[in-house]
Each structure stands twice: as structure tokens, then as C-alpha cells.
Design a protein around this ligand. Structure first.
Ligand SMILES: [Fe+2]
Length: 274
């Protein structure tokens, strides 16, 4: 796994950083090359391989059901998800009438669920149902200005980076959507060790039943390919930003692992070692 120091440094990389050098692939368009490139980044940064999920699963029951631990995990995870959901509204290059329609569907999937529900509120209810004591008010999930004051350095860096990079290229969106099904399953199965009913919470159940994240991943790649057909020169920055976002995601799982490891140290000496 990458070190947290590396992840933090990557997450704080300025948006003006030089783009990556992509080797030439004669005969393959930028659009055709994108899916394999994003898959390779996602494979290198696969969330379910991270120590956080392993440590969360292995927690002794008394630690795994601690409301403070659950609240601290909720804050970090919701802050990161909130940052990406908010940043999607600023995705670039999607201003044609057809692409605006597809963009709108993405907004609806997050913020226009039946009955006026949203992914944010589904996630909030899922953690409330298991007794999480969220340390901040729901209204503190804002544009990042106030929110980052409540976050550790790595999560704060993720929130700032999502806001910057989602508005610059479509790469961060592609890689986050490509990896989200993996981490949703990893999170649900780890929490289910301590709370078997959590998999029935709509945040997880609706997503898994309807294959929402696989659909989002396919749509993000397809939309970005449509853009690259017209603008192949955008491939390098797309890949650069996707890589930076994947590095920042590593930092997010490291931040959540630190919360779990701190809880282990504060309880009895019986937990897994970190
Ligand atoms: Fe998604």
C-alpha cells in the first residue's frame, strides 16, 4: 500500500501540475484507450485491498459497535462522498444538449431519488440506524469551507482536491465511479460483521439491487469517450487527474484506518493489531 505521506502529498498536488506523459499507441484513438487506462488505475488502487476494511471487519464487537467510532467513520466517509456528489455539478465539457441530458441523469441518481430522497440522506440514515454519533450537524456538509475544519488532513485534502479536479477534467469522475462498487461492497460487508441488517439499508440495498455503481462507471467512461472523440488532446489531463484522485482515495482509506486503529488502542488489548 502507498504510505499515507505519499497519499497526502499526492492529494495536495496543485491543479497546475504538469500532465502525464502517455506513450503513443498508433492506431488507437484517445477514446479507445481510456477504458483500459482507467481500469489499470482502479486495479492499482483497489479499495477492498486496503487495511481499513480488513481492520474494520476484525474489530471486537465492543469496539465495532462504539457510537463514537461509527460517527467518526461516518464523518470522514460522508464528507468524501459529499465532496464528489457536489463536484459532479461542475463537470466540464458536457454542455451540448445531449450531454446535458446525461449529466442531469447523474444528478438525479444522487440527489433526485424517489420521494425526494438523496444518497446523502440514505447514507446518513444507514449510520444513524447502527447508532453512529456523528460529531457535526448535517448542515455542516457544505462547499468544503467549514467542513474541512472538522476533518483530518487527508480527508480535507480529498475534499479540496475533488472540488478542484472534478471541475478540470472528467478523469476523477471516471475513476471514482469505476472504483465505487468495490468500496461499497467492502464497506457493507465489513459493517455487516457487526450489524448484519446494514445491507438492507437503502444506501446499500438499492445500489446493489439496481447495479447503480456499475451503471455510473459505464456512463462516466462512455461520456468521457464521447468528449475525447472530439477532444483527444484532453486524454493526458484526464489520466493525470484520475491518478491524483485515486491517490487521494488511498489517503481516505488510510484516514479511516487510523480511526479504527485509534479505537483499538483505546479499548482493551484484544483487537487486531494495526
Ligand atoms: Fe456513483
Amino acid at each position: 500500500m502507498r504510505s499515507s505521506a505519499h497519499s497526502t502529498a499526492a492529494a495536495d498536488r496543485p491543479p497546475s501540475a504538469p500532465v502525464v506523459d502517455l506513450p503513443e499507441h498508433p492506431g488507437q484513438t484517445a477514446a479507445a484507450r481510456l477504458p483500459a487506462i482507467i481500469d489499470a488505475i482502479a486495479e492499482r488502487h483497489r479499495p477492498s485491498d486496503k487495511a481499513f476494511f480488513r481492520h474494520l471487519r476484525a474489530l471486537p464487537p465492543a469496539v465495532g459497535r462504539d457510537p463514537k467510532l461509527l460517527g467518526d467513520l461516518y464523518l470522514v466517509y460522508q464528507a468524501a462522498m459529499h465532496a464528489t456528489r457536489a463536484a459532479v455539478y461542475f463537470l466540464p465539457h458536457l454542455d451540448s444538449p445531449d450531454l446535458r441530458k446525461r449529466k442531469l441523469q447523474i444528478f438525479i441518481d444522487d440527489d433526485g431519488l424517489p420521494g425526494g430522497d438523496t444518497h446523502h440522506h440514505q447514507l446518513s440514515r444507514a449510520f444513524q440506524a447502527i447508532g453512529a454519533a456523528c460529531p457535526i450537524d448535517e448542515q455542516a456538509f457544505d462547499d468544503g469551507t467549514e467542513l474541512t475544519r472538522h476533518l483530518d488532513a487527508r480527508t480535507g485534502a480529498f475534499v479540496r482536491l475533488a472540488k478542484t479536479l472534478y471541475a478540470r477534467s472528467l478523469g476523477p469522475w471516471c475513476v471514482v465511479e469505476t472504483m465505487s462498487d468495490d468500496w461499497m461492497h467492502a464497506l457493507a460487508s465489513a459493517l455487516a460483521i457487526h450489524f448484519p441488517g446494514i445491507v438492507n439499508e437503502p444506501y446499500f440495498a438499492d445500489c446493489f439491487d439496481q447495479g447503480v455503481e456499475e451503471r455510473h462507471a459505464a456512463e462516466a467512461i462512455a461520456v468521457t469517450q464521447a468528449v475525447l472523440e472530439r477532444r483527444p488532446d484532453l486524454l493526458a489531463v484526464t489520466v493525470e487527474d484520475a491518478t491524483a484522485m485515486a491517490d487521494a482515495l488511498d489517503g481516505l482509506w488510510d484516514a479511516m484506518d487510523e480511526i479504527v486503529c485509534t479505537a483499538i488502542r483505546q479499548h482493551a488489548d484484544t483487537g487486531p493489531s494495526c
